[in-house]
Write a protein that binds this ligand. Structure first.
Ligand SMILES: [Zn+2]
Length: 126
């Protein structure tokens, strides 16, 4: 059984290749490049966090542009990113893509990591 469940076909993706495709403006529409960047960076919870302006600058879009916001909205409408995605954190749809690599938390969305939960359960300070 895989992480999607028994009988659900799945594959793998090269995250470095996804990153390079995301940066290449000839790859396709910005919403697709945003999604490719998200899956190249997402952690085990599907969250890919970015500092202020980092997403736009990585994609070669001016930070003053609304293009990135529109691309995120389109990616959510198409079901490749989850609602709640923003320029500070892209959340990959967990029924489309998953990884076992990276942390499980997200500061932008206030999601604790597994280590945070263990510390809280054991009464240890953060
Ligand atoms: Zn997040």
């Amino acid at each position: 059984m895989n992480s999607f469940g028994a009988g659900i076909p799945f594959g793998m993706m090269n995250r470095d290749r996804a990153y390079n495709l995301a940066l290449d403006k000839s790859t396709g529409p910005l919403w697709l490049r945003v999604w490719l960047l998200a899956i190249s960076d997402a952690n085990q919870s599907g969250h890919a966090e970015y500092g202020p302006g980092v997403l736009a600058s990585t994609l070669g879009v001016t930070t003053a542009s609304k293009a990135v916001q529109g691309a995120i909205r389109t990616a959510v409408k198409r079901g490749v990113l989850s609602p709640g995605s923003s320029s500070r954190c892209l959340v990959v749809d967990r029924w489309l893509w998953r990884t076992g690599v990276g942390s499980t938390g997200c500061k932008a969305h206030g999601v604790e990591t597994a280590a945070d939960r263990r510390r809280a359960t054991n009464g240890l300070p953060f």
